[in-house]
Design a protein around this ligand. Structure first.
Ligand SMILES: C[S@@+](CC[C@H](N)C(=O)[O-])C[C@H]1O[C@@H](n2cnc3c(N)ncnc32)[C@H](O)[C@@H]1O
Length: 243
């Protein structure tokens, strides 16, 4: 990744050094949103919402944290004795993870997870909405296949999403329609992230309802074990392999 494209990394680097920074998400219909970005990526367990705290109870064995950001989940688990590796395609985010004490942190895209040997992990984390990194239903199925290979028989994927339909914002409802018309899932948002002069490439981020998530899992060997709800549209899915 070219340094000027590492907007996630730059905001994380800035927050790490100065406790300042912001994150702008730009959608391809021109909608801009300032998120709580870097502050959340550095939050401690006590500050996490209840559904995220609850999700930690399901973690077991060797852990792969996909899109680990500043490493908050990986560091929490490492402290509790788990063998955890955080991967992120942002070189600066991984640098920060290492400086914060994460022993295993690697610059790696979700697209490269097939490089891990078979049966490497018992838990896969995709938190902070990172079910979205699957990008599209088609790519989700391909990556779920790879995740099947690199995990053990009783492995779990713990993945967070946001139900895109739990909104009454007209701009979002229009965007759903825009997506339907161009043959995409309503919650398949095409975005790029900005911080100061840094801007990522455009990428697809997939927000799904629980029913849509169940449909995506069909035929992949994975199924929902349970959902962990929050007080808003966010939810976490605990996903297991078929018996
Ligand atoms: C919304 S943040 C969540 C960070 C972390 N999971 C958390 O909850 O604090 C998304 C992270 O995914 C990373 N990311 C984006 N695209 C990625 C990709 N294709 N492969 C791996 N990581 C990616 C970004 O660099 C960023 O750190």
């Amino acid at each position: 990744m070219k340094p000027e494209k590492d907007a996630y990394g730059q905001e994380i680097w800035t927050y790490f050094n100065r406790r300042a920074g912001f994150e702008i998400v730009e959608r391809d219909d021109g909608y801009f949103h300032v998120t709580s970005g870097p502050r959340i990526y550095f939050s401690e367990f006590e500050e996490w919402p209840d559904h995220e705290k609850k999700a930690m109870e399901f973690v077991k064995g060797r852990v792969l944290d996909i899109g680990c950001g500043a490493g908050r989940h990986s560091l929490y688990l490492q402290k509790r004795g788990f063998d955890v590796i955080g991967i992120d395609n942002s070189p600066l985010a991984i640098k920060v993870c290492k400086l914060r004490g994460l022993k295993k942190a690697k610059v790696m895209s979700i697209d490269e997870i097939g490089e891990f040997p078979p049966h490497s992990f018992d838990t896969v984390l995709m938190l902070g909405n990172n079910f979205g990194l699957f990008g599209s239903p088609k790519k989700a199925k391909e990556l779920l296949e790879k995740l099947y290979e690199i995990t053990t028989s009783k492995a779990l994927i713990i993945a967070e999403s946001r139900d895109p339909y739990k909104t009454d914002n007209p701009a979002h409802l229009e965007y759903h329609e825009f997506n339907r018309k161009r043959g995409r899932m309503p919650g398949q948002v095409r975005i790029r992230v900005r911080f100061e002069k840094y801007v990522t490439e455009w990428f697809d981020y997939l927000l799904v309802s629980k029913d849509e998530m169940k449909e995506i899992l069909e035929g992949t060997g994975w199924e929902i074990k349970r959902f962990i709800d929050s007080s808003n549209a966010q939810y976490i899915a605990v996903i297991q392999k078929h018996a």
